[in-house]
Design a protein around this ligand. Sequence first.
Ligand code: SF4
Ligand code: SF4
Ligand code: SF4
Length: 377
Amino acid sequence: MVMRENWQLGRGMEYPYDAPPPSRQVAYVFDTNKCIACQTCTIACKTCWTSGKGQETNFWNNVESKPYGGYPVGWDTRLQEMMGPARWEKQKLVSLTIFETGDEKVPPRGHRPAAGDYAAPNLGEDDIAGITELGHHFDGTHPMWMFYLARICNHCDSPACLAACPRKAIYKRDEDGIVLVDQERCRGYRECVKACPYKKVFFNVISRASEKCVGCYPRVEQGDVALCVESCIGKIRMHGFRSTQGAPRPDNPLDYIIHIRKLALPIYPQFGTGPNVFYIPPLHVPNGFLEQIFGPGVERSKQLYRSLGDPENRTLLGALLLFGASSRIIERFEVQGEEAVGWDRNGTEVARVPFTEPVYVREHYDEQFDVYRHNTT
Ligand code: SF4
Ligand code: SF4
Ligand code: SF4
């Protein structure tokens, strides 16, 4: 065991694998308030990466409806039952992570889903948190609620899949922190499937090896965002790099949103893996539920999101406007007057988004073509 500082927990923790942190780390921000569960991201990933034999149940990207949905079934609730509720004192985790078993020979706490748990990729879709009675109507509050949670591999700072592999077939790349399974070394023991608290390693029943999200590494190497990010209809996603060395850069949109303004929060930080997908929590969902998923920063994040229109939050709003604005990874951004502007790694401007979208109203009758037009088409 080595002691590792885990900034998401506000303390150090034991980790059974000694490796230096990567030079820089891919990271993502997902705004749950904007996801419409269209599953375009799911299909973009599936058609590109997992359309082969034995990959039928591989959904490296999935979108599930909380509170009841989950793929594989109960991936998080079963682990929560084993671990008990997360306990925080202010910003510090006082309960134990999956690695802190007290014995370095004991693997991380986890469970291996049954085959049937992979049979229904979208079980619980659109199920709400309670029962609606006759006469219930929306009156500005949300006594019943649900929200969509898009999930991919978190390319964790301290991956449980990597630590659990007896073949050392899983590795974390130094250049971008992407976590990959070496298909030649893997013998299909599935220790990674059991250890990953997010259940983002899948077993291929034909090749008899484990497979997982590859972070779209060929695209990242070219400076392009992942497919699931580029294809996102709701523009809920931003993909880039988080600084791991030195101070976070205020002109890096990921650093600004995650580290400086702390708007986006890690998913189940209490597990201890240091996930790198960060979520803006849904405003309409009770904090008691959300804090078990996103930790103690939920209320602060919600208040900040609600006040995005305030002048002091203009730079933050500018960063959010750049979600889905380019297929290139935005490495630097700036607010210029009434526009948010983003540049890629070559210094090329790749996005320019106005704070207020212009509205064009067409005349009902077009004299030039002698036709009547609608503004709805
Ligand atoms: S989410 Fe799971 S599969 Fe991905 S790096 Fe973390 S522990 Fe490994
Ligand atoms: S990053 Fe690429 S491989 Fe990973 S879930 Fe998204 S599309 Fe699939
Ligand atoms: S494409 Fe975007 S909006 Fe659609 S389900 Fe995926 S994350 Fe949500």
